[in-house]
Write a protein that binds this ligand. Structure first.
Ligand SMILES: [Zn+2]
Length: 269
């Protein structure tokens, strides 16, 4: 496991990047909440159109984020995340889905993959786990949204399998990263969640109140290893969103009344 995640800013827009992805030619950025225009929580950089925020302000936030990280906002390719495990291949005709309006986002999908350059995949998070995948050999990329339901449905593993099938990637070549999200320090779950992950019970720690701390970072790493990735190719930011609500949106900390951060992954041409 590596930790090559660094926070940085450009034009007052803060985000974190994994340097190994960057060095291999993949733009990658996990946004922070600072210096946006949203109303939903005042002044945050909400990047999601589906949470009741003013759409014009969301698009201005997205434009600032795009400019800060060096991608085109009108090519942001997004999906309507439903805590499932469907993986969508992004072909030429789907580039820009949901970039300007929620109406044309890719429906009912929690992972996007592509082997095209200059396609800034953009998914939305507030505690759920971002999984980034990139293959320096074929140039293919994948981005997944893994809350507990997606994790229980093995979305990390399914995304790798989809990249193997669609693009012929070799899993040993893949770089992977786990972005900022709710950590094992704060993610309390009950038996109903544990029962849905019988293969990963070692990542649940008993609490005195009969509930558990769940380590979604470890479960997702384990799934990546099961899919054939090498341990030394997996980076974990190790930053808990619930512990850092001044920097990140946290669904739990803010009782659901918050925006969404974006995680963007794009192969440069
Ligand atoms: Zn925490």
């Amino acid at each position: 496991m590596q930790n090559d995640f660094k926070l940085m800013s450009q034009n007052k827009i803060w985000f974190g990047s994994f340097s190994r992805f960057t060095e291999a030619g993949f733009t990658n950025a996990c946004s922070c909440r600072l210096h946006g225009e949203s109303d939903i929580a005042p002044g945050i950089l909400n990047l999601a159109l589906h949470v009741g925020d003013n759409p014009e302000k969301v698009l201005r936030n997205r434009a600032k984020f795009a400019e800060a990280i060096g991608v085109s906002a009108d090519r942001f390719t997004t999906c309507a995340q439903v805590h499932g495990s469907r993986v969508q291949i992004i072909t030429e005709n789907l580039i820009g889905s949901g970039a300007l309006s929620y109406a044309d986002t890719v429906a009912e999908t929690d992972a996007l993959i592509t082997n095209l350059p200059n396609v800034p995949l953009l998914l939305f998070y507030a505690d759920c786990v971002p999984i980034l995948l990139a293959d320096p050999v074929t140039g293919a990329i994948g981005l997944a949204h893994a809350g507990w339901r997606g994790t229980a449905a093995c979305i990390a593993k399914k995304t790798v399998h989809a990249m193997i099938e669609a693009f012929g990637v070799t899993p040993e070549n893949l770089l992977a990263a786990v972005g900022p999200s709710i950590g094992p320090c704060c993610y309390e779950v009950d038996d109903a969640v544990k029962e849905k992950m019988p293969d990963y019970s070692q990542f649940f720690t008993d609490k005195e109140n009969g509930k558990y701390w769940l380590d979604l970072w470890q479960v997702n790493q384990q799934q990546l290893l099961e899919a054939g990735l090498l341990q030394e190719h997996i980076s974990v930011a190790g930053i808990c969103t619930n512990d850092n609500p001044e920097l990140f949106c946290s669904y739990r900390y803010e009782n659901g009344k918050t925006g969404r951060m974006g995680v963007c992954l794009c192969r440069k041409s």
